[in-house]
Write a new protein. Structure first.
Lengths: 343, 325
């Protein structure tokens, strides 16, 4: 974890630290709250839980505002919450209710809140990278200084569209941050079986882009890297690639398995234990307690508040109606303004 | 009225759209190059600059996705593929992303992108420089598919496509680029989903798309000399389809020939046939006929090309085969 200054004070404002902690905790407790309903089959929609990777979404999104955009993946509960979107709308969407952020049409893998700059998520690996590229292009055309962030996993580094997108972004100096969450597994397949070179940040080099590698379980390191990248993009000197090393504490999909329902994890137990020891939330708690930035009471208070918020969200979701089949054909096409007069 | 070629009608639509709406931009491979896009992009770069007229490296997947993403982020994007064949790298952003986006996000974000795919065939260009894939796109919910057959429609449908809040496949045909026709000078829309009766007749309904419309009209004129009156319908939009204009005509004529210069199996011609079989079966006096490409990849050699592409002769033969039963 980032070291303290000599005077024992943190270089970060306490409000920022509290926000980082609250957001990470919100994601963790939210993800863990889905485990039992998944096992009980109250939640059927496939959930790719973000537990363990919280520092990445939270660290990056801490430098963004509502006019900056994020595009996510199949594993985007964390991105959605880190971007400041509603816990209730997330939980309701995971339960596929009409009150969810996508009105029960999208489920866990399609999370959106345009007002907050969460412009969408999709489970086609690398499928949203070019969409974020397009958002960055839109900012560039309009002369705005907003930034687009594309979150993707290490598996997406096997897709050609990533390289096409990096080239075009670099060519046009677009304000986009490519954030690779390298959790070392592409579903079941370890990275050593996917790539000859496992350091993904190096793929920036041939495009003359800055590529950086950070400890993705250290929220302050991620925050620093993200903040620097955001500033670089706002100066018109984008794009940037950030590779965050991290690890998912749960299976590829569902609580603890790589193939839903089998309750097996193909990863070595000692590897999983080693990463548990690097839990980003525990590390942050150590940091703030050691530095006497937070006291135990403050941590307890935040935990209590977040736990209540999530419990409320489950109640809200479970009391929400399912979408009515009569409305199934809604939202296939967006409405239009009246046509221009025909001469 | 003022006459303009089909390709310059497209060009004028782009000029007027970009002049009237700063959110409209054009991106794609070869927008600087007449070799790629004919004169459809003429003077756009000079007038609107590199910021809004963006020539790109050969990266169809990312560039199509960028157009889709820009649309999600509030632009009205037009992405051009100078050959539809090249667009297949963009299937993911078109089908998985753009077509589904509005629905799977519960109507929270629409995707006003026009995906312009040019059918550019003939001249011994062979299988990967010739394909007309409108039926594949018309299969997908969330997409709209238009195929203009006249300069008037080329302009009006492009304007309507770009102003539409949904992803629209604008599929034009290089074989029509030199065709002249009346084109109003002002900005106007030909509404998506509205077909047009190109010629009235009482004996048979001919539904034809794109460059088969003029072929169908030629066939109808020839048959008129033997007192056979064909009604020619140009749906203009394949999806959403103006079902009523087709069914109403068949209820009058009792016969249907569908002409689409694309493959037969699971194609648009089959879709129109099924529509009529479901909705106007009791009015049919004869079997439905389809005039399409054979289920064969496009060949190179001129002798094979001549046999491959249907003309007004094939349409006349099809009409006569169901009239003289």
């Amino acid at each position: 974890m980032t070291s303290f200054r000599d005077n024992g004070m943190s270089p970060y404002p306490i409000e920022l630290l509290e926000r980082l902690y609250r957001q990470m905790l919100r994601i963790r407790l939210c993800e863990e709250s889905f485990v039992q309903p998944i096992l009980d089959r109250d939640i059927l929609c496939p959930c790719h839980l973000y537990s363990g990777q919280e520092a990445v979404a939270v660290g990056i999104c801490a430098s963004l505002n509502d006019s900056d955009s994020v595009f996510g993946t199949h594993r985007s509960h964390g991105h959605f919450l880190a971007k400041g979107c509603s816990v209730k709308e997330l939980v309701a969407e995971v339960y596929c209710r009409d009150t969810g952020c996508s009105r029960g049409r999208g489920g866990s893998m399609h999370l959106i809140d345009p007002a907050r700059g969460m412009l969408g998520a999709a489970p086609i690996v690398a499928g949203t990278i070019s969409l974020a590229l397009g958002a960055a292009l839109a900012y560039s055309i309009r002369g705005e200084n907003s930034v687009a962030v594309s979150f993707f996993g290490d598996g997406a580094a096997g897709e050609g569209v990533l390289y096409e997108s990096m080239n075009f972004a670099a060519l046009k100096k677009l304000p986009i941050i490519f954030v690779c969450e390298n959790n070392f597994y592409s579903t079941h397949m370890p990275i050593r079986d996917c790539r000859v070179e496992s350091s993904i940040f190096k793929i920036a080099e041939p495009f003359c882009m800055r590529g950086v590698e950070v400890d993705g379980n250290d929220v302050l390191k991620v925050y620093e890297a993200g903040n620097e990248a955001v500033e670089q993009c706002r100066r018109g000197e984008g794009p940037v690639l950030i590779e965050c090393h991290t690890y998912r504490f749960r299976g590829h999909v569902g609580p603890d398995d790589n193939i839903q329902g089998t309750h097996t994890d193909i990863r070595p137990p000692e590897e999983i234990q080693a990463w548990f020891a690097k839990d980003p939330i525990n590390r942050f708690e150590d940091y703030v307690l050691t530095g006497k930035l937070f006291d135990e009471g403050m941590l307890k208070r935040i935990k209590h508040e977040v736990a209540e918020e999530i419990a409320d969200a489950h109640v809200y979701a479970k009391n929400s109606p399912y979408p009515h089949p009569e409305g199934m054909a809604e939202w296939v096409y967006a409405p239009n303004k009246p046509a221009l007069r025909r001469p | 009225m003022r006459q303009l070629s089909y390709s310059l009608a497209i060009n004028e639509a782009l000029h007027q759209l970009m002049a009237s709406d700063p959110s409209v931009f054009l991106i794609g491979q070869g927008v600087k190059s007449p070799w790629y896009v004919g004169n459809t992009a003429q003077d756009l770069l000079e007038r609107f600059g590199e910021n809004r007229v963006i020539d790109t490296p050969v990266s169809e997947n990312a560039i199509t996705g960028a157009a889709v993403g820009a649309a999600i982020a509030g632009m009205r994007a037009v992405v051009v593929h100078p050959r539809m064949d090249f667009m297949l790298y963009g299937f993911d952003p078109i089908i998985n992303q753009a077509a589904n986006w509005y629905f799977m996000n519960g109507g929270k974000a629409c995707v006003p992108v026009t995906i312009w795919g040019i059918v550019n065939r003939g001249g011994e260009q062979a299988a990967q420089h010739s394909q007309a894939l409108q039926s594949m796109f018309a299969h997908v919910p969330g997409l709209k598919v238009v195929m203009p057959s006249t300069p008037y429609d080329a302009k009006g449908l492009l304007v309507a496509s770009v102003r539409d809040n949904n992803p629209v496949m604008f599929i034009d045909e290089r074989w029509l680029y030199g065709k002249l026709g009346d084109v109003p000078e002002e900005l106007y829309e030909v509404p998506l989903g509205k077909g047009v009766v190109r010629r009235t007749g009482s004996d048979v309904t001919v539904v034809a798309t794109s460059y088969m419309v003029p072929e169908a009209l030629t066939a109808a004129d020839e048959l008129a000399e033997t007192s056979i009156e064909a009604e020619v319908i140009d749906p203009r939009t394949l999806k959403p389809l103006d079902e009523e204009i087709i069914c109403e005509s068949v209820r009058k004529t009792g016969r249907l020939v569908v002409v689409d210069a694309a493959w037969k199996t699971c194609g648009f011609a089959g879709e129109v046939s099924a529509l009529v079989a479901e909705n106007a079966f009791d009015f049919l006096k004869a079997p439905i006929r389809r005039v399409t490409l054979p289920d064969i990849p496009a060949p190179a050699s001129r002798t094979l090309e001549k046999a491959y592409y249907p003309t007004h002769h094939n349409i006349s033969t099809a009409i006569l085969s169901i009239l003289h039963r």
